[in-house]
Design a protein around this ligand. Structure first.
Ligand code: NAD
Length: 339
């Protein structure tokens, strides 16, 4: 199949080319993210392949449909950047990679917790300057701490298991509890109780209209003073302005982010020679107790191999008219239609 692959970096191309030895699709790579302006580049292709920060909104979809595109292959699990309802009405099939490495993302959330708690990023810089003072580096034992996990699907359940291994007590909130978590001794509770009880709160639910700004002023008010908040899911789960207010007041003691609600203009690019125009992001960077990574939680060899294999296999299934298990289901499209 002739596929226009957008938003690609050298590592995407490497793993897609490697996997394509098995599939033989005609892949054409573009650096640019797909959006309505870039969409004309898809002329002459049968499918487009995109990632998390491509903007597949109504206008982009209409343009793609006019160009004869019938397939959108997401190289990620989340599909919040595609207007599913419009895609369905234009008979555009959307496929995704529902699972590529839950361990990779869960482990990155744990890395943020450990680095923030033991101030590894500050210690690293100090030691390089021959400063071996310990003041300001005091941490706490994770053992016996209460961890609140919001969303216990593939990633959240692995995260629960790892944190149980540290001897933490894990509380979880999920409208669809996961049976696997019971085996790790996880206790489900309501969201309000989780927010009130937890020393560390980690977000592992998808971004939907219901979860947009799940962590807002009201949710923050329930939390313990000095709470640690970790977000490796999607930036807009958190109201960043409310979080900054709570960092300033000392209510939030630690903030670890791998995602940011306006990350589309920043992440995955080197903008080090440009003026940072996002004042909210700039303010976040000034706090000594905030650790931000640029959407790299997924970025492991296992994940890139799995993303490439599943994406190309999805395209082959559709090309051969077979059932594709990773098609974004009609049920999800119905939910999108109701919103
Ligand atoms: P999943 O679908 O397996 O699990 C999501 C869970 O969230 C489900 O159990 C669902 O019931 C639950 N949920 C839905 N609405 C909820 C709500 N309002 N409150 C609490 N829980 C709710 O998804 P997953 O594979 O575990 O991925 C979780 C999220 O992680 C994805 O949606 C994506 O946004 C993010 N992600 C980030 C990266 C990264 O590199 N940072 C990589 C992969 C995925």
């Amino acid at each position: 199949m002739k596929v226009a692959v957008f938003g690609t970096k050298s590592y995407d191309r490497k793993y897609l080319d490697q996997a394509n030895n098995e599939f033989n699709h005609e892949l054409t790579y573009f650096d640019a993210h797909l959006n309505v302006t870039i969409a004309p580049l898809a002329k002459g292709f049968e499918a487009v392949c995109v990632f998390v920060n491509d903007e597949i909104d109504e206008s982009c979809l209409r343009k793609l449909s006019d160009l004869g595109i019938t397939i959108i292959a997401l190289r990620c699990a989340g599909f919040n950047n595609v207007d599913l309802s419009v895609a369905a009405s234009l008979n555009i099939t959307v496929v995704r990679v529902p699972e590529y490495s839950p361990h990779g993302v869960a482990e990155h959330a744990v890395a943020l917790i450990l680095a923030l708690n033991r101030k590894i990023y500050r210690a690293y810089n100090r030691v390089r300057e021959n400063n071996f003072l310990l003041e300001g580096l005091l941490g706490f034992n994770l053992n016996t701490k209460i961890i609140g996990v919001i969303g216990t699907g593939k990633i959240g359940s692995v995260f629960c298991k790892i944190m149980s291994g540290f001897g933490c007590m894990v509380l979880a909130y999920d409208p669809c509890p996961n049976e696997r978590c019971a085996a790790y001794g996880i206790k489900y509770t309501d969201l309000e109780n989780l927010l009130k009880q937890s020393d560390i709160i980690s977000l592992h639910c998808p971004l939907t209209p219901e979860t947009y700004h799940l962590i807002d002023d009201k949710a923050l008010a329930y939390m313990k003073t000095n709470v640690m908040l970790i977000n490796t899911s999607r930036g807009a789960l958190i109201d960043t302005v409310a979080v900054i207010k709570n960092l300033k007041s000392g209510k939030i003691g630690y903030l670890g982010l791998d995602v940011y609600e306006e990350e589309g203009d920043l992440f995955f690019e080197d903008v080090s020679d440009k003026i940072l125009e996002d004042d909210i992001f700039a303010r976040l960077l000034t706090f000594p107790n905030v650790l931000i990574t640029g959407h790299q939680a997924f970025f492991t060899i296992t994940a890139l191999e799995n993303i490439a294999m599943t994406t190309l296999s999805n395209l082959t299934d559709l090309e051969q008219g077979k059932h594709c298990p990773n098609k974004v289901s009609d049920q999800l499209i119905q939910v999108a239609r109701k919103k």
